[in-house]
Write a new protein. Structure first.
Length: 135
């Protein structure tokens, strides 16, 4: 897969926009206001060069055009690029929380995206502060 291809990134943006259209239609059908919905960009563990707290690195790293597995840094850069596309497209209509920017540590994850109890704690504390309303 050519992650850097503008065509693939545009295709992903269009796919995301169609998905947001479907969410909009669902909200309209059930009379739910957009301001009652938030989207969260999921954090991942690609930004860490190693996972020293696990016996084995269970992260599912991305693969390049040649089929070879990319390293964590390259996987992180690609994921960040596609997360930015997602946040931009969804953010045109909805609130987007960039949980991928929360202060996680490597030990916050068991693998690329599944959180340990300490990771869940970081996520919960930050989301609670952002989502808390008095109504």
């Amino acid at each position: 897969f050519d992650w850097a291809s503008e065509e693939n990134q545009d295709l992903y943006a269009r796919f995301t926009a169609r998905s947001v259209d479907a969410v909009d239609a669902l909200l309209a059908r059930h009379r739910i206001a957009r301001d009652r919905v938030v989207f969260v960009v999921e954090p991942n563990a690609f930004i860490y060069p190693a996972m020293p707290h696990t016996r084995r690195d269970f992260r599912q790293l991305l693969h390049g055009l040649d089929g070879k597995r990319l390293d964590a840094a390259d996987s992180a850069a690609i994921t960040r690029r596609y997360d930015d596309i997602y946040a931009r497209i969804v953010g045109e209509r909805f609130t987007v929380i960039r949980a991928d920017k929360f202060p996680f540590e490597a030990a916050s994850f068991y693998d690329a995206v599944h959180m340990s109890p300490s990771g869940a704690q970081v996520m919960a504390e930050h989301l609670a502060c952002l989502l808390y309303t008095s109504d």
